[in-house]
Write a protein that binds this ligand. Structure first.
Ligand SMILES: Nc1nc2c(ncn2[C@@H]2O[C@H](COP(=O)(O)OP(=O)(O)OP(=O)(O)O)[C@@H](O)[C@H]2O)c(=O)[nH]1
Ligand SMILES: [Mg+2]
Length: 288
């Protein structure tokens, strides 16, 4: 399976973002703390090359805390303004607002010299389903932007006023034309940032089980009792079926159902707090 997803609405949204750049002081890039490498869009380096950026590791309630700490050290060592947040709770909210203020400090100071109290306009960007709209609602203190647990919920653009001096602009989740490295592309698919309808879910789930067995074998066996260290790689999904009784008439394993259940449980953080990527060699590679 070759994973690539760059539908027309993303190309259009990218063009619209490029046109609204002059209105924007700061770019806030939301990434998924479970896959901070795969979920950074390399295309943003071109698109926002002359903007100050803040990187926020969202959904850190679902990630391994030690790995998130490693990522924060990695960003800070490079001078990147970065924070760790949970947009479905208040965790990291004050820090995120502080980082946006820090990123906008120069332009605010320039305007102050002219006697103007500037409203900082921050564009919130990221790949699909990382929690951009949830983040905006959290900062604004009310549900202003539409959210949902699937990619492609936000369609158009919308300014949300947080205070008289801060406005946030939501944007549709953006990927890039060629995902390249397929091991990273799979991570995006595990997270729910790729439309499930274009994916072969059984193949994807088997790959996810292999990765989870390396990262958190005990938690995996605790959740799916028949899946152990001895289960062969090509029987992992069947072991999930055995664990849950997903057996069709004639004793055939319902691997399709197991695949959906596994992805749902992984995405919901039910297996363990898992981070799929560590900072070493944190660059987008070529095709694996
Ligand atoms: N556990 C957890 N879930 C989160 C967090 N932030 C967002 N979510 C959930 O992630 C899902 C996607 O959130 P959205 O805010 O719609 O994501 P988005 O980035 O705006 O998505 P698109 O507009 O589709 O690109 C929703 O089900 C949110 O409740 C978080 O910090 N932790
Ligand atoms: Mg959205």
């Amino acid at each position: 399976m070759q994973i690539n997803w760059y539908p027309g609405h993303m190309a259009k949204a990218r063009r619209q973002l490029a046109e609204s750049l002059k209105l924007i002081d700061v770019v806030v890039e939301i990434v998924d703390a479970r896959a901070p490498l795969a979920s950074r869009n390399p295309d943003f380096d071109d698109l926002f090359s002359d903007k100050t950026r803040v990187v926020l590791l969202n959904k850190s309630d679902l990630a391994d805390p030690a790995a998130s700490a490693e990522w924060m050290r990695f960003y800070r060592a490079q001078g990147i303004l970065a924070g760790e947040i949970v947009s479905t709770a208040n965790s990291g909210k004050a820090q995120a607002v502080r980082l946006i203020g820090e990123a906008a400090a120069d332009s605010v100071a320039r305007m102050k010299e002219k006697g103007v109290s500037k409203t900082v306009r921050a564009l919130v960007v990221g790949i699909p389903n990382v929690g951009k709209s949830t983040f905006i609602n959290r900062i604004a203190g009310e549900a202003r932007a539409k959210t949902g647990d699937k990619p492609g919920v936000t369609k158009g653009k919308q300014w949300v006023r947080v205070t008289p001096y801060l406005e946030l602009l939501d944007s549709p989740g953006l990927l890039w034309p060629k995902l390249g490295d397929q091991s990273l592309a799979r991570h995006l698919a595990y997270l729910g940032s790729i439309n499930d309808e274009i994916l072969e879910l059984e193949e994807l789930s088997s790959e996810l089980l292999k990765e989870l067995r390396t990262i958190c074998p005990d938690a995996l066996t605790a959740r799916y009792k028949k899946l152990t260290a001895d289960t062969p790689d090509d029987r992992l999904l069947e072991a999930v079926c055995q664990s849950r009784g997903f057996v069709l008439r004639g004793g055939v394993y319902d691997t399709e159902r197991a695949a959906r259940v596994l992805l749902d449980e992984f995405r919901g953080g039910k297996i363990a707090r898992v981070t799929l990527e560590r900072p070493e060699g944190a660059l987008h590679g070529e095709d694996a």
